[in-house]
Design a protein around this ligand. Structure first.
Ligand SMILES: *Cc1c(COP(=O)(O)O)cnc(C)c1O
Ligand code: SF4
Length: 459
């Protein structure tokens, strides 16, 4: 009897057995219909027009007036007011593409993972953690020249542009990216040649540097000639072996890869130059939810694959977006299916105004357990915490100490800043009432942190 229970179900005895169960193939079901036609402003737009980067850029929505004009009765007056109020308290400016707007389920916008990432609503905002600081990753402190962060021995982060095709609520660089909002006066990073030249001179002067991340902002917003200029300049430096262009574009405006031939052409020429010089040129992108991947993403990735361009994905773990095993498994499968390698899942950084999006460390560790083993190891992302105070990225599991009651995790980073302890804090509303009350008392805060540090040092 017991043995029988262990035997597999009788496969192959019926016709249906040859059809894989839905949960195995769901990642291949990519939207290919005219999904945008439910949006009043896009109702008459053909696929040919909708899937151009010019339409996507021109029709991007940057304020509540445009949101109303685009959606009309699809959203309620209360929702528009909630967004208007949310924007007043948000650290990031608003910018969302027609593509993303059309992928939101307007029947339930409060639960929608894409709405959650791009349209702030005041009714869901919660107070920041008391330990949170702007520029929590010390990017400006580790900057030898403006717009260049050199924290790790052999790699650096170059920020040639300060705008993006969309603005994400959760952006770590809200100190620099996008226009000024009412709450943050931006540290200006203007895309001027002089600043780029200073960055190039620094990179050339440091023989230990081999690897440059070209980010921003977003390299989608660099002109084609600048994509090429920056790539060629870096590849010609004898010390540089690897460069990566970072863009969220594939996730938020895949149309550009399909219709902006100048931009993709410039990228392709840099990739080819890299190949000739035996150097590595790749693209890093940023998907957070399986709904962000559609038929047009597959078409765009087809063009990248034909050109032999490697694409990797960095995901941000966000509450209400992707903080459950099934969503993260589906995301990883879907990315893999279109040839994007899942590289990292970041625990949400401690940035102001988006505390509702953070999860506890424990929540992420649980998801990681479900993702690992689900598909190929090379398509299995590492779950990392980018520590406050410039300790760099740490594997979420590698804490020295984690007190799940007070929500304090302590990390060390011996190859980046030896001897220093770095802290990560679970959101207060994931703790029980007593612990939440302790966090409101300054002396208690200090005591909880000291106790966590003592436990970490006792190792
Ligand atoms: C993330 C990051 C890099 C790249 O790190 P990898 O782990 O190699 O992807 C480089 N410099 C800075 C400052 C970074 O934050
Ligand atoms: S695209 Fe990247 S840099 Fe730009 S707002 Fe989003 S997370 Fe920030």
């Amino acid at each position: 009897m017991e043995l029988e229970l262990l035997e597999p179900p009788l496969l192959g005895h019926s016709e249906t057995a040859r059809v894989a169960p839905v949960h195995i193939t769901e990642h291949r079901d990519l939207k290919r219909d005219d999904f945008w036609s439910v949006i009043p402003a896009y109702a008459g737009i053909t696929a040919t027009e909708f899937h151009t980067h010019t339409f996507q850029t021109r029709q991007s929505v940057t304020n509540v007036r445009q949101l109303r004009e685009t959606l009309g009765d699809l959203a309620t007056e209360a929702f528009y007011e909630d967004v208007a109020e949310g924007i007043r308290h948000a650290p990031m400016a608003l910018r969302i593409s027609p593509y993303l707007l059309s992928l939101i389920n307007w029947k339930a916008p409060y639960q929608d993972p894409i709405r959650t990432q791009f349209l702030p609503v005041a009714s869901m905002q919660i107070p920041d953690h008391p330990m949170l600081k702007l520029d929590s990753l010390h990017e400006r402190k580790d900057s030898p020249v403006p717009g260049l962060t050199h924290r790790y021995p052999d790699k650096a982060l170059f920020l040639p542009v300060d705008s993006c095709p969309v603005y994400c609520r959760f952006c770590t660089r809200s100190y620099a990216i996008g226009g000024d909002t009412e709450t943050v006066e931006k540290f200006k990073l203007s895309a001027r040649m002089q600043r780029w030249d200073d960055a190039f001179a620094y990179i050339e002067s440091r023989p230990e540097l081999e690897d440059i991340v070209i980010s921003g902002g977003d390299t989608y917003n660099l002109k084609a000639e600048h994509i090429q200029l920056i790539g060629e300049r870096l590849l010609k430096m004898p010390n540089i072996r690897r460069i990566r262009y970072a863009t969220k574009g594939l996730a938020v405006m895949p149309q550009k890869i399909v219709t902006d031939d100048a931009w993709l052409g410039a990228l392709t020429r840099v990739v080819e130059l890299g190949r000739k010089l035996h150097k590595d040129v790749v693209v890093h992108t940023h998907f957070n939810h399986p709904n962000e991947i559609t038929g047009i993403t597959e078409t765009a990735m087809g063009r990248m694959t034909e050109r032999g361009i490697t694409v990797r994905c960095q995901t941000v773990l966000q509450r209400g977006v992707n903080d459950n095993p099934a969503t993260m498994q589906l995301l990883v499968r879907r990315l893999s299916y279109i040839n994007i390698h899942p590289y990292y899942v970041y625990f949400h950084d401690m940035v102001p105004g988006v505390e509702d999006l953070r999860t506890s460390l424990q929540a992420g560790l649980n998801i990681e357990k479900h993702v690992r083993g689900h598909t190929a190891g090379f398509n299995t992302p590492s779950f990392v915490v980018d520590t406050m105070g410039g300790g760099g990225k740490r594997d979420g599991h590698s804490f020295e100490h984690y007190d799940r009651e007070t929500g304090i995790a302590v990390f060390t980073s011996p190859s980046v800043k030896p001897g220093v302890y770095f802290l990560y804090f679970d959101p207060l509303n994931t703790l029980d009432d007593l612990q939440q009350q302790r966090w409101q008392i300054e002396s208690e805060r200090a005591a909880m942190i000291d106790s966590a540090l003592d436990s970490a040092k006792a190792h």
